[in-house]
Design a protein around this ligand. Structure first.
Ligand code: NAD
Ligand code: TDX
Length: 351
């Protein structure tokens, strides 16, 4: 398959590119604007291979996207490019609307033109795969069961609202113009190369540096953790075999309270790293002001993708977290370079 991936220099996009190029042997064109959240080092293992290409472009630039589509000639577009961090969307929603909503609109327009120009057989085979989040479904109470593909949309943060808007645009381009789309909504991803502002790398890195571990509110919020490599496998199956117009929920069946995750991360750092500056949990954990509108619980029912496409998460949170914490311990150079050069250090206790 020939696939154009948008946002392939980000956390999930780079894991997807590595998987498609190395494990599946697909032809991949990665189109990415290279925002603060991107990192080309995550593509070091594939950037010299003949079945991988990179182009720096904005999804909201119709001419650049049209040229990329024309020159590369993909069978599918997998759309991951987005602003992805909830806290940033609270501080500055504008970029989220521009990239996630307006950017997705421009991308859809360019892809629709390209798709209409294909032969009837190629038009039939083509897929636009939109990668979205479980946050579009809102927040669950402790006894509310799980999000399914039928759950109503109730986005709470500016980020979630922008992703929900993009889901609706994608759905409308299928319904109105016949563009063959599939949508997937997944839970919280974790694994190597995740930008240090996200929960698991942030806690790991702060523990390694003896900085406070900032837990929002009372720490009882629940997330459902999905290893990024399990997600990459799911995405490949969905773009290959997913039914047009359908949504697939992807989750790890790994629900955990934030405070329990922080405790586990801290214990793993103390066990696996040398010279940890603070070794008593009570001395390092800090309950801080809650995130405004903080969703209580996300949890995905992955039955549809499991039964229809035969996918199953292979990482349980205990082994996946251990492997991930070890990766951040072994790759200090990677995150230190980000802290030194690009990242607003305030949240990591340096501001
Ligand atoms: P990320 O922030 O790590 O990476 C996003 C990538 O998109 C970056 O490489 C960035 O340069 C690129 N990008 C941003 N704006 C762009 C634009 N206008 N044009 C081209 N490229 C642009 O994000 P991620 O965590 O890898 O998430 C990928 C996708 O998955 C997003 O759509 C996100 O909403 C969704 N998602 C993420 C999670 C998660 O836990 N990380 C969970 C559910 C869904
Ligand atoms: O310092 C922190 N302290 C803290 O308690 C941070 C950064 C987070 N948290 C809490 C907030 C959340 O309950 O940890 C949980 C996870 O936080 P994030 O890593 O910011 O993820 P979340 O808000 O759940 O959103 C993530 O999953 C869904 C991704 O960032 C989204 O892109 C994805 O759609």
């Amino acid at each position: 398959m020939r696939v154009m991936v948008t946002g392939g220099a980000g956390f999930i996009g780079s894991a997807l590119c590595r998987y498609l190029v190395l494990e599946r042997g697909w032809e991949v064109l990665n189109l990415d604007k290279l925002t603060y959240a991107s990192d080309l080092r995550s593509l070091d293992t594939i950037d010299h291979l003949p079945n991988y290409q990179f182009i720096k472009a904005d999804i909201a630039d119709p001419l650049a996207v049209a040229a990329a589509l024309h020159d590369f000639g993909p069978d599918a577009v997998m759309h991951l490019a987005a602003e992805s961090h909830v806290d940033r969307s609270i501080d500055g929603p504008g970029t989220f609307i521009n990239t996630n909503v307006v950017g997705t609109y421009h991308l859809l327009e360019a892809v629709a033109v390209y798709w209409r120009g294909l032969s009837p057989d190629d038009r039939e085979r083509f897929r636009f795969h939109h990668i979205s989040t479980d946050e579009v479904y809102g927040s669950l109470g402790p006894d509310d069961g799980l999000f399914t593909e039928q759950s109503p949309y109730r986005p709470n943060s500016p980020y979630a609202a922008s992703k929900a808007s993009s889901d609706h645009l994608v759905r409308a381009w299928c319904h109105t113009y016949g563009l063959p789309v599939v949508i997937s909504n997944c839970s919280n991803n974790y694994g190597p190369f995740q930008f240090p502002e996200k929960f698991i790398p942030l806690m790991t890195i702060n523990a390694l540096r003896g900085r406070k571990l900032p837990v929002y509110g009372d720490g009882r919020n629940i997330r459902d953790w999905l290893h990024v490599d399990d997600h990459a496998r799911a995405l490949a199956l969905i773009v290959e075999q997913g039914r047009v117009g359908e949504t697939y929920n992807v989750g790890g069946r790994n629900e955990a309270r934030n405070i329990d995750m922080v405790r586990q991360i801290f214990d793993l750092v103390c066990e696996l790293a040398e010279d940890v500056p603070i070794t008593k949990f009570d001395d390092i954990v800090e309950f801080v002001t809650d995130r405004p509108g903080h969703d209580h619980r996300y949890a995905i029912d992955a039955t549809k993708i499991e039964t229809e496409l035969g996918w199953k998460a292979t990482h349980d949170i205990a082994s996946g977290l251990r492997e991930t914490v070890k990766w951040y311990i072994d790759n200090r150079d990677w995150w230190q370079a980000i802290l030194d050069h690009e990242y607003d250090l305030q949240r990591l206790g340096q501001g």
